[in-house]
Design a protein around this ligand. Structure first.
Ligand code: FAD
Length: 503
């Protein structure tokens, strides 16, 4: 290749592009195994979407579930995934299931890493489901334990979008705690280097093997391998093509523009289907972005015809999929929630700002509300009346809201069905809803050891990928809370095991 001739600026055993959960896990596993490892992050902050996340981690059959005395096992998780996914992605699924307990055992060997089970139901009624979930989270991390390096971790989405750093009075939590703990262990290993503001631009090939990268104007050698874990192409409108949703509505921070996928395809790597994302409902924010919205505790959602079209309490990826063809939509609610959205919305703007911007409207009657959002008044009024009848009976005859353990997890109503709260106390509100995503999940084709494949299905020597840079084995499903991060971590671990085995 034309880019192989110049001298190297630096040399490592492992080069990792990206700094989300998969990248940081791979980097730590490599560094803790004695491999000199560099993390390259394009933006000035580490963590990507993973830092924004709740850090729910779906890795089944591990010591964390055992400590929590859950009646769960690898076999149980296999039953669940097989019932949901069928034969699709079976080899990757088995690789994931085998890696899950190993990666957790490896990480928790480090004194700064500890996980704790946290209840959050699996998303599908299938054999092997855990009604209270099997995913776990990292423990909070006091800022002082990370010292100056805490400023390198991307803050929560509300503060980050507002241009603020971490709240100095609070520990790092959720995604920030995950990235912070992995970073601390990585730095403590003595084998780790971190370069922010250094985006990977090209892969360097010699004799058919990836031997290094170009990043930030530097040529960095990778003796054992390059791990691409630089997120998806959420923010690249051209790459998204006709993927449902919109780059403006994604929750991923701006650095995720498919660079790693493109660098790999330029040297002959193959991609799987680019038609999937981890979808979710989003409330349209005054600033033109969207807020990830889940856990609806009231209200009903209607489309442009003023008609309800789904069980609003569905797990967010399923609700996102249900919204396709029905957006823009509106969540219609009443004054029971005291002027606030009856749902969790991240980052979520204030009601006053939404009303001023017109992303929410408020009216004394449903007819006026219908006019304000441009839907037929008769349809909206009839739909709300029908919904209120369901609330009174406790049965959603149209969409079965409240019949699944996931639905009731967030419910707060005090009627016969806690998910069905009548909408009958004016003033009424309508919040504009859009189709958002937590990341694209189509990308490089890999084998079960996370080796990147070319068009003939042959591994490209020296090149590995994990997380949203790859095609997910879950296809068009989001099996449970923490699958994006859990699978990114498991496949990053597999990549480093293969690099070590190839020594
Ligand atoms: P990211 O975490 O986005 O990391 C990619 C990184 O690569 C970014 O920092 C980016 O700047 C960097 N990068 C891009 N290009 C380059 C380049 N050329 N060179 C170097 N670096 C580059 N999922 C869960 O599993 N559990 C949850 O609890 C959960 N909660 C969520 C809550 C919220 C509010 C959101 C928004 C998402 C949540 N998700 C959750 C989804 C999940 O966070 C993401 O899908 C996942 O973290 C993506 O991981 P990743 O490593 O592929 O990418």
């Amino acid at each position: 290749m034309g880019n192989a001739g110049r001298d190297w600026d630096d040399s490592f055993d492992v080069v990792v592009a990206g700094s989300g959960a998969g990248a940081m896990t791979g980097a730590l596993v490599a560094a803790a195994s004695g491999l000199r490892t560099v993390i390259l992050e394009k933006t000035d902050l580490l963590g990507g979407t993973s830092a924004y996340s709740g850090a729910s981690i779906w890795l089944p059959g591990t010591q964390v579930q055992q400590r929590a005395n859950l009646d769960d096992s690898t076999e149980n998780a296999r039953t669940y995934l097989r019932a949901l996914l069928g034969d699709d992605g079976e080899a990757h699924r088995e690789s994931f299931l085998a890696a899950a307990p190993e990666v957790v055992e490896f990480l928790e060997r480090d004194p700064v890493i500890e996980f704790k089970w946290s209840p959050f139901p699996d998303y599908f009624a299938r054999p092997g489901r855990m009604d209270l979930g099997r995913s776990f989270m990292p423990l909070d991390l006091p800022l002082e334990e990370l010292g100056d390096s805490a400023a390198l971790v991307r803050p929560p989405v509300d503060r980050d979008r507002a241009g603020k750093g971490h709240d100095p009075s609070a520990p790092l939590q959720q995604g920030r705690a995950l990235i912070g703990r992995l970073l601390l262990a990585f730095l403590n290993s003595g084998n780790g280097t971190v370069r922010t503001g250094t985006g990977l631009t090209e892969l360097i090939i010699e004799d058919g093997r990836v031997v290094g990268v170009e990043a930030g104007g530097l040529r960095l050698r990778a003796e054992r391998g390059v791990l691409l874990a630089a997120g998806g192409y959420e923010n690249d409108a051209a790459m998204r093509g006709d993927l449902p949703g919109d780059a403006a509505w994604t929750m991923a921070p701006g650095g995720n523009t498919g660079d790693a996928i493109n660098a790999a395809t330029r040297i002959g790597a193959a991609t799987g289907p680019l038609d999937q994302a981890w979808w979710c409902p989003g409330t349209a924010d005054p600033g033109g972005r969207a807020s990830f919205t889940l856990g609806f505790r009231g209200g009903l959602m209607v489309d442009g015809t003023g008609t309800r079209f789904a069980n609003e309490s569905l797990p967010y990826d399923q609700m996102g999929r249900a919204m396709m063809g029905h957006v823009p939509a509106h969540l219609v609610f009443d004054s029971r929630s005291k002027g606030r959205l009856p749902a969790i919305s991240l980052p979520g703007a204030s009601p006053a700002d939404n009303l001023e911007a017109g992303t929410w409207v408020k009216a004394d009657t449903l007819d006026e509300l219908a006019e304000a959002i441009g839907v037929p008044a008769a349809a909206l009024t009839a739909g709300v009346e029908r919904f209120n009848g369901f609330a009174e009976k406790g049965v959603d005859e149209d969409f079965h809201r409240g019949e699944d353990p996931y639905d009731t997890f967030f419910a707060a109503g005090d009627g016969p069905n806690p998910c069905l709260v009548p909408v009958d106390q004016p003033p009424y509100y309508a919040a504009r809803m859009v189709l958002s995503d937590l990341g694209t999940k189509g990308g490089l084709r890999t084998d079960p050891d996370s080796r990147v494949l070319d068009a003939s299905g042959t591994p490209v020597p020296g090149l590995y990928a994990a997380g949203n840079t790859t095609s997910s084995f879950t296809g068009a499903h989001y099996p449970g809370p923490g699958i994006p991060i859990g699978s990114a971590m498991a496949f990053a671990y597999r990549a480093v095991q293969d690099m070590k085995a190839g020594a």
